[in-house]
Design a protein around this ligand. Structure first.
Ligand code: NDP
Length: 327
């Protein structure tokens, strides 16, 4: 079977090779899936990098943190040959072999049935990035966000999580402001439903005053660092920010004043270890709340051979929207 395999050289650095490998190399697991599509997330960029981003433990390694395809064989009663399935998270593609191969073998616990209304290709256009955007929307709603409360800020807006978050929020009737470091993507973000574009440089500054004007009813933040610290002081009273990423840094040089004087909430979002019921809830909402024409307009196709370059690009913030990998 064809696969993208990361192999370590004598210098200890890993490089990607697209090659034919024996199916006997597949790991142990309950369900073998014929992979139709995978995708590219920021974390895939890390796993494709020479040091594996600190995520890959053993080589040779098949990356790809997401895949969608058709069950070929199953030792688990929940899945039968021919079933369409999706996998995101569970450290597949990092600690475990992932989706950049014609077949994958995993624990049945890690799979979800393909959501009604989506094809396997659309499910991978969503992927971990879009699934995480939906988890963030759900968390904000669970903390009281409604469209009448005011504008919602999306950071890293032209990236994968940001693009899907923008499209979902706009479709739900929210006024969306997108933060981007790429002014040339303003029209793209407006086409997804953003009504306001905020330049990254206007918000990516060290906190000088712990409280600024109450501006945002909520925020989905893919950037972290100084930008997240600054946003905390701009939330409206009782507003929430869903922290999903660290594209701008893992530190949080913030003040606790917005928590104490404005009752704002900082909500952590993890997509990797989400229990099955929450996964189904989020995928069902993706199927109903993400307009598929917007999903198509933010997605480009790629092959296994394109991945080494795309992996480097996404770590530089150079990938727009979502990439579907045709296996
Ligand atoms: P992308 O690269 O597609 O998007 C990230 C975006 O952030 C970029 O497109 C860019 O948007 C912006 N950005 C990049 N570098 C910087 C910088 N130095 N300062 C400010 N903004 C920057 O990645 P994904 O959407 O796949 O992932 C986004 C983040 O979310 C990553 O950190 C990823 O690890 C994390 N993540 C976390 C998950 C979880 O379970 N919590 C799941 C999925 C992703 P623009 O050009 O518009 O400014």
């Amino acid at each position: 079977m064809r696969a993208l395999v990361m192999e370590q050289g004598s210098d200890g650095l890993a490089a990607a090779h697209v090659k034919d490998i024996d199916e006997g190399m597949l790991p142990a697991g309950d369900v073998t899936v014929k992979v139709e599509y995978s995708t590219l997330n920021y974390k895939d960029g890390l796993c494709l990098s020479p040091k594996g981003g600190g995520l890959v433990r053993n080589y040779p390694h098949v990356p790809g943190i997401d895949f969608a395809g058709i069950v070929e064989t199953s030792k688990d009663a929940r899945y039968a040959p021919g079933d369409k399935v999706v996998l995101t998270g569970w450290r597949v593609g990092e600690m475990h072999w992932g989706g950049y191969a014609e077949k994958a073998r995993v624990s049945a616990d890690w799979l979800v049935p393909l959501p009604h209304g989506l094809t396997t290709r659309q499910a991978m256009a969503v992927g971990t990035a879009g699934f995480t955007a939906m988890l963030a929307v759900l968390a904000l709603e669970d903390h009281g966000l409604t469209p009448d409360k005011g504008p919602v800020l999306v950071t890293g807006a032209a990236g994968g999580v940001g693009s899907v978050a923008t499209a979902i929020l706009a479709n739900l009737g929210y006024e969306v402001a997108g933060v981007t470091g790429r002014p040339e993507q303003a029209e793209y973000l407006k086409s997804l439903g953003a009504s306001q574009i905020v330049a990254r440089g206007d918000i990516n500054e060290v906190v000088k005053r712990p409280l600024e004007a109450e501006t945002w009813a909520g925020c989905i933040d893919a950037v972290g660092g100084e930008m997240l610290a600054r946003i905390l002081g701009q939330l409206k009273y009782g507003g929430s920010v869903a922290s999903i990423g660290l594209a701008g840094g893992a530190n949080l040089p913030a003040s606790v004043i917005p928590f104490l004087l404005r009752g704002v909430n900082l909500l952590g979002i993890d997509s990797v270890m989400q229990p099955f019921e929450n996964r189904q809830r989020a995928w069902a909402r993706v199927a109903t709340d993400l307009p598929l024409d917007k999903l198509d307009s933010m997605t480009v196709s790629a092959t296994l051979d394109d991945l080494p370059k795309l992996g480097a690009d996404i770590l530089q913030g150079g990938v727009k929207g979502r990439v579907v990998v045709e296996i």
